[in-house]
Design a protein around this ligand. Structure first.
Ligand SMILES: Cc1cc2nc3c(=O)[nH]c(=O)nc-3n(C[C@H](O)[C@H](O)[C@H](O)COP(=O)(O)OP(=O)(O)OC[C@H]3O[C@@H](n4cnc5c(N)ncnc54)[C@H](O)[C@@H]3O)c2cc1C
Ligand code: FES
Length: 284
């Protein structure tokens, strides 16, 4: 099949490319990872932390972070939580189904080609690890070439809501410090119990010389950032990923406005100093 570009048609940023689901995995009861390949054989170039607009045809289109790593040579990867009509349709996709992909959009975590001798601390709540997964992969790879230590701290409400357990094991084996916790224990769980903030003080990172990347519910990001600042982390070294309803993804429609920012263009990754004064604003 010829793509629109091959046919000579100008491709607008609003036109999705067609991708086929080549693999799927149920991560938890309501979270599914989809591996996608474009029908025209093209490969998407992106940076960790960016997102695509995914369409389930006949249902709608939503913003979903890229959970692949720019280092991956394999298919594109997205991890979706089933919370409503479009995410449900995407999570229900079978291998062989075709979905639409527009992107990539937005800012990134700033780790690509930015190896630092300082520690990098990743703090994720629940599916918040999806937008961070590519960054961790990049940081773990850079660590092999002498970059600073990588700390991955993950929290979930209950043990069966922890995602990417296979990746956590691989990152730990590769030398990262990986700590996980749950808000509520369950039979079979012998790990840490408590909010993700309770992992911070004993994790072992150098609070005075580190950068921190946080993704999760806004309340979790606020409390985590404040706890880090209390430990001595420079607020200018903390980054968060913000979510608001997206429509165009191109800075045209204004749906994703948060204060002076259009989050599809100026986010989702925003420095904590800027984000902290905006995070209390209600979504339009
Ligand atoms: C930049 C960005 C990256 C994102 N990355 C991911 C991702 O990697 N994986 C993923 O599963 N989701 C991600 N989301 C959230 C995803 O876009 C929403 O869950 C989705 O829009 C819900 O649409 P729906 O039609 O399924 O549900 P709807 O019917 O629109 O909503 C169902 C319920 O979900 C709530 N909801 C809607 N939008 C959001 C939102 N943005 N955040 C939290 N709750 C919401 C609604 O208030 C409602 O209660 C991201 C959002 C943004 C802006
Ligand atoms: S989604 Fe349209 S301006 Fe951001």
């Amino acid at each position: 099949m010829l793509s629109a570009t091959e046919l000579g048609a100008p491709r607008s940023g609003l036109t999705p490319l067609l991708y086929r689901v080549v693999a799927r995995r149920s991560d938890t009861a309501d979270v599914t990872t989809l591996w996608l390949e474009s029908l025209d054989g093209s490969r998407l170039s992106f940076r960790s932390g960016q997102f695509n607009m995914l369409s389930a045809f006949g249902v709608g289109e939503i913003a979903v972070s890229i959970s692949a790593s720019p280092c991956d040579s394999g298919p594109l990867r997205h991890t979706v939580r089933d919370v409503g009509s479009v995410s449900h349709a995407l999570c229900s996709s079978d291998v062989g189904d075709v979905i639409g992909v527009r992107g990539p959009f937005g800012t990134d975590w700033g780790v690509t080609g930015n190896a630092t001798p300082n520690d990098t601390v990743i703090v994720a709540g629940g599916i918040g690890l999806a937008p961070l997964r590519g960054a961790v992969e990049e940081l773990v790879a850079a660590r092999r070439e002498g970059a600073g230590q990588v700390f991955v701290l993950v929290g979930a409400r209950e043990p069966d809501q922890l995602v990417f357990l296979d990746d956590l094991a691989v990152w730990e084996k590769a030398g990262a410090v990986v700590l996980s916790t749950v808000d509520r224990s369950a039979p079979g769980w012998s790990g840490h119990v408590g909010l993700v903030t309770t992992l911070l003080s004993n994790a072992g990172f150098d609070a005075h010389h580190c950068r921190v990347l946080i993704c999760g519910p806004e309340v979790m990001m606020r409390f985590t950032a404040r706890a880090l600042i209390d430990l001595g982390v420079d607020p200018a070294s903390i980054w968060v990923s913000l979510e608001r309803n997206m429509q165009c993804g191109l800075g045209w429609c204004g749906h994703c406005q948060l204060g002076p920012l259009l989050l599809c263009r100026d986010g989702p990754v925003v420095g904590y100093l800027e984000a902290s004064v905006l995070m209390n604003e209600r979504e339009r």
